[in-house]
Ligand binder design. Structure first.
Ligand code: SAM
Ligand code: SF4
Length: 325
């Protein structure tokens, strides 16, 4: 599948639920968001049918995300289903880690290719302030289990927010010191609640890490699904990555589209441009689905305009928890 700018689309991020057991300040309002009614949520069979269809046209990689994907029952079953699709080379999951210790082995048995845990701080007070829940111990249990067992690749995603705490950056990076765990720093994006935060630039984080651990050298091997740039640090088993959509725009190489839990194919994070696929999945209509997919992908915008502050009409109205990151 190619869009109208010649970019190959081979990566689908599937949000399996818009519900979450945390309320991260840059993602979801304290009171939560009105949930999509159950009747409108895609079933696992519908998700599988769509992915199998897209795989015929070049889909290779799938990310399971949310809301919090592990609050939906049976996610390992879905992963096993998706793993069996010919042409799909990678099925990964991004989770807040709260339920990871009980799901780690089922996810591994299902064949997941990578588990990414989102964690922004190791301070219990800060974690509570950021996520509005007291779940740091549960997340750390999951991460330690995953590091000890080491049965599948583990990554940690951190979204630093201003004012930047250098010690925190160092402690998070240390997850990559003695284990082959990659730690990635993500700039907060002005989507939904994120508009109220200022991105902490990659350069700021890098200089803290270089001052403490020495020079970082760029790593050219492919380590993920997309735009993260990875660096090696002397003595570290894992890599340090940066996903810097604000300071280092990477739209020219964008390879992804997103599916919301109710079946909307979103083609760019910043805009609500896309196409509703649920009707074609619910009453299987292959010709209609092909036409809708083609239309959606052809209309994928050239890029975001995070840097522009003026309003525009097709700005995304969903919160990040309804998109999946
Ligand atoms: N609940 C899961 C989790 O937290 O990993 C999956 C969904 S969450 C929306 C996916 C990722 O998006 C998380 O790593 C989260 O930190 C990130 N995220 C949420 N809002 C963001 C924003 N405004 N800018 C950048 N990243 C954001
Ligand atoms: Fe939930 Fe993930 Fe959003 Fe946090 S970032 S509120 S864990 S969906």
């Amino acid at each position: 599948m190619k869009d109208s700018f010649g970019r190959t689309i081979d990566y689908l991020r599937v949000s399996v639920t818009d519900r979450c057991n945390l309320r991260c300040v840059y993602c979801m309002p304290e009171e939560g968001v009105e949930s999509i009614p159950h009747s409108q949520i895609l079933t696992f069979d519908e998700i599988h049918a769509l992915c199998a269809f897209m795989a015929r046209y070049g889909l290779k990689k799938i990310k399971i995300t949310g809301g919090e994907p592990l609050v939906r029952k049976g996610i390992p079953n879905l992963i096993a289903q998706l793993k069996s699709i010919p042409g799909i080379s990678s099925v990964t999951i991004t989770t807040n880690g709260v339920l990871l210790d009980s799901y780690y082995h089922p996810l591994v048995e299902a064949g997941v290719d990578c588990i990414t845990v989102s964690l922004d701080t190791l301070s219990r007070e800060k974690y509570q302030a950021l996520t509005r829940r007291d779940q740091l111990d549960a997340v750390l249990r999951g991460i330690h289990l995953a590091q000890e067992e080491n049965l599948v690749k583990l990554k940690i995603n951190a979204v630093p927010t201003a004012p930047l705490d250098g010690d925190e950056v160092i402690r998070l990076a240390q997850f990559a010191q003695n284990h082959d765990t990659d730690v990635r720093f993500i700039e907060v994006m002005p989507i939904g609640m994120g508009t109220q935060f200022q991105a902490v630039g990659e350069n700021q984080v890098r200089s803290i890490l270089e001052e403490r651990f020495g020079p970082m050298t760029i790593c050219h091997e492919v380590r993920g699904n997309g735009p993260s740039v990875y660096y090696s640090l002397d003595g570290f088993l894992g890599k340090i990555g940066f996903i810097s959509a604000v300071s280092h725009k990477f739209c020219d190489t964008c390879n992804r589209v997103r599916l919301t839990a109710d079946g909307y194919l979103k083609t760019c994070l910043q805009y609500d441009t896309g196409v509703m696929l649920r009707p074609y999945l619910r009453d299987w209509d292959e010709a209609g689905l092909f036409d809708a997919l083609t239309r959606g992908i052809q209309a994928k915008p050239k890029g975001h305009h995070f840097e522009a502050h003026e309003e525009f009409t097709d700005r995304e109205h969903r919160k990040m928890s309804q998109i999946g990151g």
